[in-house]
Design a protein. Structure first.
Length: 209
């Protein structure tokens, strides 16, 4: 069995002993994670901004495509305050080529709302995040996990792939959103919540092709 197969098999076996599952997944993540620009060590304020921008860009776009756009964007629009006042022409120039331009417009609207209604601080509850333009259930949960280290596993396509393989889910009822959300409890929790959420998504992206 190859390395990829071994990891998924190991996760399946851990269905019988969840106590060590987070440690095993995080060990794999620390050894194999991709070095992405929004994952760099930085201040909490920057972490929140980088997470917000990257999550908007990653909606409907692959990681490898987003990386150069993200780097260019944050070099030209360095923080939330500048994003809230940037001209539409400059905003669209920074987003040019990434597509789905409503994301860029919603990102600016979100920045303006955070400045005017939340004293410039990114909200740290799912309910408040979902009041912001362009932020729905998945993005709010991703921000909570990654920016605020909350014990949440967002259900994206990568996490879905891991669950489908671990539990060998095949038919429509088994792969329904409701069932997949219920199955997420399998992962348990870690005090490294932001890393743990990203680790599970990383397994789905790098192994569950």
């Amino acid at each position: 069995m190859n390395v990829k197969g071994t990891l998924i098999y190991t996760l399946f076996e851990m269905h019988k002993d969840q106590s060590i599952l987070p440690k095993k997944i995080l060990y794999w993540y620390d050894k194999n994670k991709r070095h992405l620009p929004w994952r760099i060590k930085c201040s909490q304020k920057k972490k929140e901004y980088y997470t917000l921008v990257s999550e908007f860009m990653l909606q409907q776009t692959q990681v490898k495509t987003v990386i150069p756009y993200f780097n260019n964007f944050i070099s030209k629009i360095q923080n939330l305050k500048k994003l809230s006042t940037v001209s539409d022409a400059k905003l669209m120039k920074c987003w040019e080529g990434l597509g789905y331009y409503s994301r860029a417009r919603n990102l600016k609207k979100t920045a303006k709302k955070i400045i005017s209604e939340f004293n410039g601080d990114l909200p740290n509850t799912i309910e408040e995040l979902k009041t912001l333009p362009g932020i729905g259930d998945y993005t709010s949960r991703a921000i909570m996990a990654i920016a605020f280290n909350k014990p949440i596993i967002p259900l994206d396509g990568n996490v879905e792939r891991v669950l489908k393989r671990v539990f060998y889910l095949r038919n429509d009822n088994e792969i329904s959103k409701e069932n997949l959300i219920n199955k997420k409890s399998f992962f348990g929790k870690s005090n490294r919540s932001k890393d743990y959420a990203q680790a599970i998504m990383e397994i789905g992206a790098l192994i569950c092709k």
